[in-house]
Design a protein around this ligand. Structure first.
Ligand code: ADP
Length: 320
């Protein structure tokens, strides 16, 4: 291979830039040139490529977001869009593609590979951590730490005003962020989609704590909890047992910011490994990290297999 392309797709995640940097520099180190594709699959279809040299990725390792920009692309879901994308790669003599994104981006990559046999490797980057085949996804550690810092601050005001706060963190179908953040901030309860939420019991616990003299409480809820979002939970608690609470939705603040050391290292490691997988005939695959080692899995495993929560962490959240 003499030329590869790299793109970021779907939701952005802190650490994507560190990953682009590693892809570019590992490829250049192996005498392969790199084109960056702007705006994910949209840029592939619209032929928006930029040459990426060693210095083009200087000073980005610490930046959140993605210098290549990202997008969702309805056109890539259609055969005609993918045909244009394949034509553009072919006319630019691109022989391999690195896709940095979530499981949606990998589904697209898989279809694309099946149709055009393009050598392709996926790198898991999403704050939700809900991708099978890697212990952690790029961006997750930063998002958890951002949420933790914010909730520590909310804890101060909750204590000062003797209030109950229901804090919503991201996680539409997975409770990874809520679980770790909940343990980290010492939340009175953690509400996640993977476990049954017993609101009556939660209200009882809060009441009991108040009787024991505790005047403030923090409940951490994943946005996809089966009892509803933070506002719905607060109003159910009021109806059930008269508990008044304040709601804070952390929202997109969790997506931004400078990546943590852990995310920068993970992104660098997976970027490097993805290029090696492309050049050493390890494609198509998703590269991940398990027990600190690099692993390669078939792309479809990333969405057909379900990543389980650590049951010990669930126990900690319920009992501490
Ligand atoms: P993420 O990668 O963060 O999960 P999305 O689910 O939005 O983000 O997926 C990103 C893009 O991947 C979509 O906008 C679409 O262009 C492409 N994609 C997702 N699923 C498919 C599919 N089944 N076929 C073709 N392209 C797809």
């Amino acid at each position: 291979m003499k030329k590869i392309a790299v793109l970021t797709s779907g939701g952005d995640a802190p650490g994507m830039n560190a990953c682009i940097r590693a892809v570019v520099r590992r490829a250049l180190g192996r005498n392969v040139s790199v084109l960056g594709v702007r705006k994910g699959y949209e840029g592939l279809i619209d032929d928006i490529f930029v040459e990426m040299g060693w210095d083009d990725v200087s000073n980005i390792i610490q930046r959140g977001g993605t210098v290549l920009h990202t997008a969702r692309s309805a056109r890539f879901m259609e055969p005609e869009g993918r045909r244009k994308a394949a034509d553009n790669l072919c006319s630019r003599s691109v022989e391999g593609l690195v896709v940095i994104g979530g499981d949606g981006s990998f589904r697209g990559a898989h279809v694309f590979h099946r149709e055009y046999l393009i050598p392709l490797v996926g790198i898991p980057a999403t704050i939700d951590n809900d991708i099978w085949g890697t212990d952690f996804t790029i961006g997750y550690d930063t998002a958890v730490n951002t949420a933790l810092e914010a909730i520590d601050k909310i804890r101060d005001t909750a204590a000062a005003h003797d209030r109950i706060f229901v804090v919503e963190v991201m996680g539409r179908s997975a409770g990874f962020i809520a679980l770790e953040v909940g343990i980290g901030v010492g939340a009175e309860a953690v509400l996640i989609p993977e476990t049954r939420t017993d609101l009556e019991k939660i209200c009882e616990v809060v009441h009991e704590r108040m009787e024991q003299g505790r005047t403030s409480s923090i409940l951490v809820v994943a946005e996809g909890d089966e009892e509803g979002n933070a506002f719905e939970i607060a109003s159910k608690m009021k109806r059930m047992s008269g508990l008044e609470s304040r709601v804070t939705v952390l929202g997109h603040v969790q997506r931004g910011g400078s990546p943590t050391t852990r995310d920068r290292v993970l992104a660098s490691k997976l970027g490097w490994a993805a290029v090696d997988a492309l050049l050493d005939d390890g494609w198509p695959c998703m590269v991940g990290e398990e027990n600190y080692g690099v692993v390669h899995h078939p792309l479809p495993d990333s969405w057909t297999r379900k990543k389980e929560l650590d049951s010990l962490l669930v126990q900690l959240a319920e009992n501490l």
